[in-house]
Design a protein around this ligand. Structure first.
Ligand SMILES: O=C(O)[C@@H](CO)OP(=O)(O)O
Length: 206
């Protein structure tokens, strides 16, 4: 049995390009983001991968990335479940601010703590720990049982919602996962054992 789970962070968004804190703001992909999503789909196809079902967030940058990948795979007819449990971490009051302006205002260290600490939330927003507290129950109830049952599942989501998943899959600590940077449009391919531990992992960079 294959137990295949592929995770992809959406392609570059308009606010990634403008260097703005994004969170739940529903921005679209840039042209580069579209190209990254198409390239991710091509890579999956070149690997000979096929899927049985897909999951994505309630945000269009992840949904569009998924649609573009499925078009490349020739699998537009797959069932897609969209759920806000897979949304990006809510950045609270920081949403819409430029990340460099924020560093000037609050200092490098404070902004780094908001962006890459495990359990310190930005003002009015979610920490990665808070994000994991909504992503993981959803994953364990809806996605993981299907993977363990032999369905091949593709997930298109966000930097921080995927960090939460990866932390759980790879049994990493909060300190370890915040150091992991996920490239836009880079498929991360997991094959799991019966007990949900990772049997094999590789990503399709470049
Ligand atoms: O702005 C955001 O929502 C995220 C992802 O782009 O940013 P960060 O890299 O700070 O997690």
């Amino acid at each position: 049995m294959e137990r295949l789970l592929v995770l992809v962070r959406h392609g570059q968004s308009e606010w990634n390009l403008k260097n703005l804190f994004t969170g739940w703001k529903d921005v679209d992909l840039t042209d580069k983001g579209v190209a990254e999503a198409i390239s991710a789909g091509k890579k999956l196809k070149d690997e000979g991968l096929r899927f049985d079902a897909c999951y994505t967030s309630a945000l269009k940058r992840a949904q569009r990335t998924l649609d573009l990948m499925l078009a490349e795979l020739g699998q537009n007819d797959l069932p897609i479940t969209r759920d806000q449990a897979l949304n990006e971490r809510d950045y609270g009051d920081l949403v819409g601010l430029n990340k460099d302006d924020a560093r000037e205002k609050w200092g490098d260290e404070q902004v780094h703590v908001w962006r890459r600490s495990y359990d310190v939330p930005p003002p009015g927003g979610e920490s990665l720990k808070d994000t994991a507290a909504r992503v993981l129950p959803y994953f364990k109830e809806h996605i993981l049982p299907r993977v363990l049952g032999g369905e091949r599942i593709l997930v298109s989501a966000h930097g921080n919602s995927l960090r939460a998943l990866i932390m759980d899959l790879e049994k990493m600590s909060g300190e370890e996962i915040v150091k992991r940077e996920l490239g836009t449009g880079v498929p991360m391919i997991y094959r799991l054992n019966e007990d949900a531990s990772v049997a094999e992992y590789r990503d399709l960079k470049g």
